[in-house]
Every structure is written in C-alpha cells, then in structure tokens.
Design a protein. Structure first.
Length: 459
C-alpha cells in the first residue's frame, strides 16, 4: 500500500452523506478493490460482500454498524473511532428525522420515451396547448388534459412522449404514476400522495401525516406555483384522480384513461383512435425494417389493416417480423387473415392483444358484458341503434344507453347519424369483435344450455 494522502478521520463527519463520503475516501486511501476488501475482511472472520460495499458507498444513507466494522477493519484501520462517529451521527439524525438522503429537488419520474414513436402530430399539439395554457385556461386554474381510448391504442406512449417534449416548460419537475386503473387493485390516494410528497422533497416517513385530507393539503401546498407536470397514467375514474389534482396554477396535469372522464371537466379532452393507414405502415417499417416494407407494400398495408391500425397489435406484428428476418411479410399477413387465429397470432413475449381485451372485458359491469357478447354474434361491424334494440330485445332508447356504456369504455365507437332525427350507428373495431365473438361462443352457449327456455334466435 502506498499511502500518499493523509488518513481520513471520521471526527469531521456531521451527516450520513459526509460519513459515507469519508468511507469512500478511506477506500481511495487504502487503494484496495472491492474484491480485495472482501478477502481481507474474510481474513478477520468478517463478511463484506462486494455488491453490498458498492451499494452502500453509492448511497447517502448511514450504513449499518456491522458494515462499518468490517469495512474499516478490511481497510487496515481500527474500527472503533468510526463506529463511535456512526453512533453520534445516527443519534443526531434521529432527533432531526433526517437519516433518509435528500431527494433531488427536481423530480424526473417519466418512463423512457419510445425511440420509434410514430405519428400523432395533431394530438401532441393539442396536449401541448392544453397543458401550457395556450388554449385559454383561466389564470390560476390548473390545466387538466385527459387522453382517452381503448387499451393498446397508445395512450401511455403518447402521454410520455408529450411530457418529455415539454420538459423545458415544466422546469420544476415531472411526476408520473401508473394508477393501475385497469387492474383489480387500482392505486389509492394515500399511496400516490406519499410517493408524490417524497418526490417533492418531503423527507422521511416520520413527517408524513396519517389522514388522506392532510396529505392532499400538503401536496397542494408543495405543488402550488411550481412549474410541475403531473402525469396520471391509466386512471380508473374521476374519483381516483380528484385527490391528486394540485390546487392552484403553475402545475398542469395529464391524465390517461380508457374512460372518457366527462364529469371532471378537463380543460381539454383528447380522444385517441387508431393510427392512419400511412402512420401504421410507417410504424411497421420502423420496427420490422423499411426495406422489407418497401419490398412488400401490399402485404404491409394488409397487416396494418388486419391489426385494426392499433399500435399494440402493430408493435406485436412488427416485433414478430423483426425476429424472423427471413419471413416474407405476406406470410404473417396470411396468418392474420384467418379470423379464428388472428388473436392467437397477435402475441409475443409479455404483449398480447387478447390479454388486454380480457382485462377490459373483466372490468365491465355484468350487463355491459352481456351486451358486449351479443354484439360479438353479429357478422357486420356496424350496428344502427334500431337494430341494436332488436338484438338486445329492448326499446331503442334503452339500447342506446347500453351501447353508450361500451362507448365510454372505448369498446365501441358511435357515429352520429346525419340529418335531424337520424339515429346513431355503432361500430366495433375488428379485433374487439373477434374477442366478443370468442366470449359469446364461450359464455352465451353455456348460458343457453343452462336455460333452454331462454333460447331465441338472434338476428
Ligand atoms: N405512436 C406510437 N408509435 C410507436 N409505437 C407506439 C405508439 N403508440 C403506441 N405504441 C406501441 O403500442 C403499444 C401499446 O401502447 P400503450 O401506450 O401501452 O397503449 P395504452 O396505454 O393505450 O394501452 C406499446 O407497445 C407501444 O410501444
Ligand atoms: Mg397505458
């Protein structure tokens, strides 16, 4: 060992961060690698895993006494003065409640952006205008932009892309949370508020109050007048979002949900539908290779159509082609042309169209599930309200109410009729219809077996 520098002394450390900094200096002084430290600790009969040393020295938290003992001994010094200093700092930290390292003042919680994000130019402009107040939000009111659309249409990708693009506008930070609205365990307000408060610099668990109202008030205080963007992804309902809204202008909120959040009165609603055919082909080209798409333009257009221009389905189709470079595009198109196999083919790794549809279906109320299944028995994708009344065996008004529940869940689209008194036509996207047909096959047949009297032809 060539000890060129003075031996670091633990006496000067006042905070956990300073203490860890001195431990780092001690290693530099000892000129030992993590591996050598581990071996030297073993010689003293002590345990000092390399990974633990790297982790402890990389954080600002006060290490355990056992670690300090083994580490200092391995460096060739007497541990006692270091253990004494550690004890002194631990006692001081407890009284201050500050033994958790300070979080950065500017939270940057957005997940990473897609390298191959495609299209959506108009939506990005609308979101930007809505969040920055360019669309005329009253001064002091928090702008809320809500993006809705069915599973896999690209809501999260769009929100994340838009939020990254606005980094320079929201210089006080970007908060992000997945509210798990489509799951059976959506995030509650306490869980999210505590996370947000920590990210905004509230130290440690000691200072966090119990009551959700108080947490909310603290959150509104800390977020007030800050240029902060709050992204609430995958919201189940307005009720879930309300406690997470800042109270006064400065911050802005971007929400995504499968539902249209009408009662909340967002400053701006952005309804996300399928990509345009050209954007679909462009997305496929970026994932599977521009040369392959250029060589088989018709097959590429067919794949985009058979995927319903849905980004999730296209991501899966593209990924399947990308890992089979030798496949002609038409081979995949052929597999997708078979209605009975299409949902099976649209799966790779942890992505599967059917699985997303299953989640949406499971989240529907019982009556809406039955309406959904009955629509799956139809051959045509479009259904005028009058025909829906016959199918559902109820008056037109009630049929429309039932179908609107599926529109709100983004499983149907409503096309208003033209002219006065014209009725609405409802359209079910092809992939959704294939799944509805599967459900009808599995559940309606079973229901009819159980109750033969209920059998009646559906026209
Ligand atoms: N504009 C886009 N460009 C490229 N890929 C996209 C785009 N939008 C969505 N995707 C891809 O589609 C899939 C589903 O998108 P996601 O944002 O998770 O949908 P949602 O949040 O609506 O369920 C993701 O794998 C994503 O990579
Ligand atoms: Mg999502």
């Amino acid at each position: 060992m060539s000890h060129t520098n003075a031996v670091p002394s633990p006496e000067t450390a006042r905070t956990p961060e300073e203490f860890v900094r001195l431990l780092r200096r001690l290693r530099a002084w000892s000129e030992l690698t993590y591996r050598e430290l581990e071996i030297r600790a073993q010689r003293h009969g002590l345990h000092l895993a390399r990974s633990t040393t790297a982790a402890v020295l990389g954080r600002g938290a006060l290490p355990r006494a056992g670690f300090v003992h083994a580490y200092v001994a391995a460096c060739g010094l007497t541990p006692e003065p270091w253990l004494g200093a550690r004890q002194r700092i631990a006692a001081a930290s407890e009284t201050r409640g500050a033994d958790i390292p300070a979080v950065p003042a500017v939270p940057a919680q957005l997940p990473c952006d897609l390298a191959d994000f495609t299209g959506r130019e108009a939506h990005l402009t609308a979101i930007g205008e809505g969040l920055t107040g360019a669309s005329g939000t009253t001064h002091g009111v928090v702008p809320v932009v809500a993006v809705s659309g069915r599973a896999g249409v690209g809501k999260t990708s769009l929100a994340v892309h838009a939020a990254h693009a606005l980094t320079e506008r929201f210089t006080d930070g970007r908060l992000f949370v997945d509210l798990r609205g489509a799951s059976s365990a959506p995030a509650g307000p306490r869980e999210v508020l505590v996370r947000f408060l920590r990210a905004l610099g509230l130290p440690g668990p000691i200072a966090v109050p119990d009551a959700v109202e108080e947490l909310g008030a603290l959150y509104r205080t800390l977020s007030a007048h800050r240029d902060l963007l709050v992204v609430l992804d995958n919201a189940a309902s307005e009720r879930q979002i309300r406690p997470l809204l800042p109270g006064v202008g400065g911050p802005a909120v971007l929400v995504t949900s499968r539902h249209r959040l009408t009662s909340m009165g967002p400053s701006r609603s952005v309804e996300l539908g399928p990509l345009s055919p050209d954007q679909g082909v462009a997305m496929l080209a970026r994932i599977a290779g521009a040369d392959r798409v250029a060589a088989e333009r018709q097959a590429a257009a067919d794949i985009v159509r058979l995927c319903g221009r849905c980004p999730l389905a296209l991501r899966i189709a593209g990924a399947r082609l990308a890992c089979r470079r030798q496949w002609p595009l038409d081979r995949l198109a052929d597999l997708l042309r078979d209605d009975r196999r299409r949902l099976d083919e649209l799966a790779i790794g942890d992505l599967a169209v059917r699985e997303r549809l299953e989640q949406e279906y499971a989240a529907l109320p019982q009556e809406a599930r039955r309406t959904f299944r009955l629509l799956g028995l139809l051959e045509a994708p479009c259904l005028p309200a009058g025909a829906a009344a016959a199918l559902l065996d109820c008056p037109v008004g009630l049929a429309e109410t039932r179908l609107e529940a599926l529109v709100d869940a983004s499983l149907l689209t409503a096309v208003p009729g033209e002219g006065t008194g014209a009725t609405t036509t409802y359209r079910m996207p092809d992939l959704v219809r294939l799944y509805a047909r599967e459900r009808a096959g599995a559940e309606e047949a079973a229901a009819q077996c159980r109750s033969p009297a209920a059998q009646r032809p559906v026209s």
